[in-house]
Design a binder for this molecule. Sequence first.
Ligand SMILES: O=C(O)CCC(=O)C(=O)O
Ligand SMILES: [Fe+2]
Length: 248
Amino acid sequence: MSYIPVVDFKSCGLFVDDVLGKDLEQAGHLLSNAFSEVGFVYITNSAPIEEKKRYSRLENNFGYVGLETEKINPARPALGVGMELKDQHFFEKCHSLIHKPGNSTTLRTLFYPTLPSILKPNQIRLGEHSDYGSITLLFQDNVGGLQVQNLQGEYVNATPIDDTVLINIGDLFELWTQSKLKSTKHRVLIPEDELRRGIPRRSLAYFVHPDDEVLIDSQIEYKHSTSNEKSEAVKGCTSCHACYGWLL
Ligand SMILES: O=C(O)CCC(=O)C(=O)O
Ligand SMILES: [Fe+2]
């Protein structure tokens, strides 16, 4: 069994009109547990293929082309339900400007070229890091190499699973939730076998950020809250500045 849990979103995917409260609660708790223990989760059945096709690419060059990314967003309140927030729509409200000015959510395409036969000592494809925003949606091909750190600090493979989206928590979400959710370190290694080294690796990372003006402090209210703990107050756009620091 995979170290990273697989959560089935069939009963409360994006295009299910009347999501039952119990289904949302069940998926939400699985999601919230995965994010608080592992920091990563594979989501399956988030959107059926017929629905994706309704958003196919048109003349304007936007739309579904095999991997639907933009239609998957934190709009379903599963996490808010699973974390037992007072306002289950709180996270959606803090991300209301995605794809509009005032929000730095970004889709990044990653291309890892084929590798030379002689590698530099300790060469890897992408060094150890954690992501900086709220959550990251990752679509990887079948080449493999992605690894995530477990609780013991050891790296375990995040093996690609067909038709899933891999989602992980970023630093800002860890700070915001007072470490209830974990921003887990990850990296991409060079495949062991010669054959896979001879093919490039591609992935798509959709880095979700809160709106720039959202104040990341003690705004999260839990149904059964017992403490008045406060996170450091920073603005949502800090995640974007952190990104520049990471890239430099
Ligand atoms: O390419 C991958 O699988 C991981 C990419 C990643 O972790 C990142 O860009 O932050
Ligand atoms: Fe990453």
